[in-house]
Design a protein around this ligand. Structure first.
Ligand SMILES: Nc1ncnc2c1ncn2[C@@H]1O[C@H](COP(=O)(O)OP(=O)(O)OP(=O)(O)O)[C@@H](O)[C@H]1O
Length: 235
């Protein structure tokens, strides 16, 4: 069952001005409600605006029109300080290419987001990071460097890093895109379980319908809008 509402998009559009002064309409009317415990998958062909939508959901970009509310407050009214705090603490990101710091151990990578926190999160960063790595099954690889880990293991480090501050929403952009099918599904299952366990909402952007099938709500982004997707995958 869904918990408190976190993000709400109403009739959100996003367009950009091209060099010839014409306007490219990328998103034409997005309605989406995201609550605690949700797992939403958004699929769509290349160039349909998935990254554009993810940037808006991650408070990195603003809609051209329509409203985006973050925990009941219109994001346009959030001070830049509150928006930055939400991005740092309440939103976790997982990327296709893992984006781990090379030359830093798994533990140091997961501790990195806690370096900017205060209180318990800062002082207990080593313990919190090692617990997060244990949760993703990497308790024995704390001192491993990313280049000595497999792709699936690197993505699990990235998941531990995304979850270590206990975000309210995790945004995953093609999280299985650099992994083989079996590893990708295992990583996705882990990401789903870990977010459910921490009570966060998970939004997965993917072009892989098997990955999308793990989500509890699915949409296809097409023509600048989200269309509910019925289960269409046999596994
Ligand atoms: N700042 C910009 N200026 C011009 N065009 C842009 C800009 N941002 C996005 N676009 C265009 O808008 C469309 C949607 O881009 P977006 O990156 O959101 O798509 P996507 O679905 O994430 O694609 P992919 O799956 O290939 O990453 C693309 O055609 C892109 O070229």
């Amino acid at each position: 069952m869904s918990g408190a509402q976190l993000l709400e998009l109403e009739n959100v559009t996003r367009s950009v001005l091209l060099p010839d002064d014409s306007e490219l309409q990328i998103l034409t009317g997005i309605d989406l409600s995201v609550s605690e415990g949700d797992h939403i998958a958004i699929v769509g062909r290349s160039g349909t605006g998935k990254s554009t939508l993810l940037n808006i959901l991650g408070l990195l970009d603003r809609p051209t029109s329509g409203t985006l509310a973050w925990r009941g407050t219109d994001a346009a009214r959030l001070s830049s300080r509150r928006a930055a705090a939400a991005r740092g603490r309440d939103l976790g990101f997982v990327f296709q290419q893992f984006n781990l710091l090379p030359g830093r151990t798994a533990l140091e990578n997961v501790m990195a987001p806690l370096m900017y926190s205060s209180g318990r999160d800062f002082w207990q960063r080593r313990r919190l990071a090692s617990e997060a790595l244990e949760r993703v099954g990497l308790g024995s690889r704390l001192d491993s460097l990313p280049q000595t880990l497999s792709g699936g293991e690197q993505q699990r480090v990235a998941i531990a890093r995304a979850l270590v501050r206990r975000p309210r929403v995790v945004l995953a952009d093609e999280p299985t895109g650099a992994l083989d099918v079996a590893t990708g599904l295992a990583v996705m299952q882990l990401l789903d379980e870990a977010t459910v366990e921490s009570g966060a909402a998970l939004i997965t952007i993917t072009h892989d319908s098997n990955v999308a099938a793990l989500a509890r709500e699915r949409f296809r982004l097409e023509g600048g809008r989200l269309h509910p997707l019925v289960q269409e995958v046999a596994r």
